[in-house]
Design a binder for this molecule. Structure first.
Ligand SMILES: Cc1cc2nc3c(=O)[nH]c(=O)nc-3n(C[C@H](O)[C@H](O)[C@H](O)COP(=O)(O)O)c2cc1C
Length: 324
């Protein structure tokens, strides 16, 4: 167990949140993370619709008695019907990312759910707190998937957010091991969120070729697409990604880019394994990922690594104190 305000607030044993993952954050992964003491999430916005979300929630409940969240990435499709389904099912925690939480916050809070909002800057964090968010997750430019536009690294962003808001801050982006968890807690964050690291687990439905690619690429090899559209996102390299970047460099319009950046192209790469024909989100943390463990083993390792980092630091400070 590692206790912080986040774990007390959400009923967790470990301050570790599995990030929303388009097409990949399904019931089995969410339940495995929650069973291991963290907070799993089901991503609603890439499911077929409310009926499928209802099935995913029931399935997660058949796999765990622990709390889990439902994640909504804003700006892709209207979410009212999906959100109504999650609130009707009494999901205790809802996360919103990639847009303005204000239109949904009151409904979520009135239904008795806690609201977590993913932000990439101080202004958005303050806004999230002002509309009633219980948790602010700050994602830095190292992260996989959609990022903020300001290219702020996780270490600086998390530190600033802790001063800016009173609610617990969770550090996200580039985190994949327990030493980084300990570093985030040392900064004053109350937990971490990880996306890419959870893709490379047994319980994630990502295609085996995608998981292998996460292991085979290094820290400097990710690419950022969709910057020309004002919504940058970090991906694995592929010929298809080169084609997107060439078109963006040539000032292609949204309409021209759409066939290359559609959800279908993401699905083709992430779930069908056709990495060359599509794009697969991934963060710089791929340079720290060397295996595809079961979630329970990964979570145990993260806890042990964080605890030994704390012990090493403690003895460094103690030794310094003993010096004349
Ligand atoms: C494959 C993948 C898909 C993602 N899809 C979503 C999503 O649907 N909704 C969302 O809120 N965030 C999404 N993200 C962002 C993550 O929730 C998380 O903020 C990010 O992965 C953190 O950086 P990391 O990958 O370095 O851990 C995605 C990230 C990845 C890697």
């Amino acid at each position: 167990m590692i206790r912080t305000r986040l774990t007390s607030l959400l009923g967790l044993k470990l301050p570790i949140i599995q990030g929303g993952l388009a097409y990949l954050a399904r019931a089995e992964l969410a339940a495995a993370v929650s069973n291991a003491g963290g907070l799993g999430q089901i991503t609603a916005t890439t499911l077929d619709g409310p009926a499928e979300l209802e099935r995913e929630i029931s399935r997660a409940r058949s796999l765990t008695e622990k709390p889990f969240a439902v994640n909504f990435a804003l700006g892709h499709r209207p979410i009212d019907d999906l959100l109504a389904t999650a609130l009707h099912a009494k999901v205790p925690i809802i996360s919103l990312t990639g847009g303005n939480p204000a239109p949904y916050a009151d409904r979520i809070i009135a239904a008795g759910a806690k609201l977590m909002v993913l932000v990439a800057g101080v202004r958005a964090a303050k806004k999230a707190e002002s509309v009633g968010a219980s948790v602010v997750i700050g994602v830095g430019v190292e992260g996989g998937g959609h990022l903020g536009r300001d290219d702020i690294g996780t270490m600086v962003l998390a530190r600033r957010l802790i001063d800016a808001v009173g609610v617990p801050v969770v550090a996200s982006g580039g985190i994949g091991d327990g030493r980084q968890l300990a570093a985030a807690l040392a900064l004053g964050a109350e937990g971490v969120e990880m996306g890419t690291r959870f893709v490379a687990t047994q319980e994630c439905v990502a295609h085996a070729r995608y998981k292998e690619a996460l292991l085979n690429h290094d820290i400097h090899e990710t690419r950022v697409i969709e910057r020309s559209l004002g919504r940058p996102g970090r991906v694995l390299p592929s010929p298809h990604v080169d084609a997107i970047l060439e078109r963006e460099a040539a000032s292609a319009s949204v309409g021209e880019l759409l066939p290359y950046i559609s959800g279908q192209r993401n699905f083709d790469a992430a779930v069908e394994g056709r990495i060359e024909d599509g794009f697969a989100w991934a963060g710089q943390v791929i340079g720290l990922i060397h295996d595809i463990p079961r979630v329970a083993d990964l979570m145990h390792r993260l806890e042990q690594e964080a605890k030994s980092a704390y012990a090493v630091l403690g003895s460094a400070f103690d030794a310094a104190a003993d010096e004349p």
